[in-house]
Design a protein around this ligand. Structure first.
Ligand code: SAH
Length: 346
């Protein structure tokens, strides 16, 4: 789609207002078009029925609307829905709708592929191809919201940035997308219902605290011992746990908001008492809660879910130390939609 025309959704509302004034029209026309683009998710200029035909043509001559398209949609036996989303340049990312009794959660992608190299994650194998634009992130949420209404008769209640990519390596665009998602001119969702999950980029965690963001923070920890963590998440060499700890303390000082740790327990990797003790110690640095995630095998057997005994040991020790712990059962495994399985296979 190399038309040479500019993507109109790269324009802010003020840009649009200014554009119309320059065209000899009213600034207000910019508001109308903006509303079509964001609140009403118009895919074509023809949809903009309260704008004159001539204006629509003029927009057509000057701009394109780069919209994502749901390329394939798969529905799991458990109600999970996975979208393979085609971007304007043909690349594909995935997003997932996860329904439970009380919530419907969208799990969205922030990059095509991923900047990081976690050994247990299918997305890491794709490498990072590019960052998603704010509108590409926003559109994933809009699509999932529509599917939630269609298949589960309720709007989306929560959003997690736990799809493909490392959100803090695409920080500016993620923030712009969240601004749009929370704005009354977008979806009007509360930031409290949004969680950004990171592998732990200390500098960016501090920046988020400085920016006084209102959404929640989750950190994929998986080990509180540097050697172990580096062996499964090699970037830990560059961002060691001591820096992560400092950044999390900074976050808590500034925001007073509890952090969630995502944690998978693997056989022979992080299932000993030493691993548990290190984790409990880490959990005491700042108020937190723990989500133990079930491992979703991605192929070669290097990583295997730990035994139930090891899991119980983790849970009991955490609880004894008064740390809130949830065990997250995997959803959508039959359609490769579970954590770490997003790799554009279908
Ligand atoms: N890059 C971000 C967000 C994407 S990953 C982050 O690391 O937080 C979303 C979650 O799935 C992370 O907690 C990640 O560690 C976990 N995950 C990755 N591969 C997995 C797998 N095969 N099984 C279970 N969880 C996995």
């Amino acid at each position: 789609m190399a038309t040479g025309k500019k993507d109109i959704r790269a324009l802010t509302k003020d840009d649009l207002r200014e554009f119309f004034v320059k065209q000899g029209d009213k600034a207000f026309r910019g508001n109308q078009v903006y509303e079509w683009l964001w609140q009403k998710s118009a895919h074509t200029f023809k949809d903009m029925t309260n704008v004159s035909k001539e204006t629509r043509q003029m927009l057509e001559d000057n701009f394109v609307i780069n919209h994502i398209e749901v390329d394939t949609m798969q529905r799991s036996k458990d109600g999970t829905v996975k979208n393979a989303v085609r971007l304007h340049d043909g690349l594909i990312v995935e997003s997932v709708l996860i329904p439970t009794a009380t919530r419907t959660t969208a799990c969205v992608s922030s990059q095509v592929g991923c900047s990081l190299d976690c050994k247990f994650c299918a997305t890491a194998r794709l490498k990072r191809m590019r960052n998603l634009n704010p509108d590409e992130i926003y559109d994933q949420v809009v699509s999932i919201d529509k599917e939630s209404r269609l298949y589960h008769n309720r709007p989306l209640s929560n959003i997690v940035f736990m799809g493909m990519g490392e959100p803090l390596m695409n920080y500016n665009n993620v923030i712009k997308a969240i601004d749009k998602i929370t704005s009354p001119e977008g979806l009007g969702m509360s930031a409290k219902r949004i969680t950004v999950s990171t592998s732990g980029v200390p500098k960016m965690i501090k920046k988020m605290a400085d920016d006084e963001v209102k959404f929640n923070l989750a950190v994929s920890l998986h080990s509180a011992i540097d050697d172990v963590r580096t062996s499964i998440m090699p970037f830990n060499e560059t961002f060691p746990l001591v820096d992560l700890k400092e950044a999390l303390e900074y976050w808590y000082d500034k925001t007073q908001r509890t952090i969630s740790y995502e944690y998978v327990v693997w056989k022979g990797i992080n299932d000993t008492q030493k691993d548990i003790d290190a984790f409990v110690k880490f959990c005491k640095y700042v108020p937190c809660k723990v989500n133990i995630i079930e491992y979703n095998p991605i192929d070669d057997g290097q990583f295997q879910q730990a035994t139930n005994v090891a899991l119980e040991n983790y849970i009991n020790t955490l609880e004894k130390n008064r740390i809130v712990v949830n065990v997250r059962r995997s959803r959508g495994k039959d359609i490769d939609a579970a954590c770490g399985q997003l790799a554009n296979k279908s």
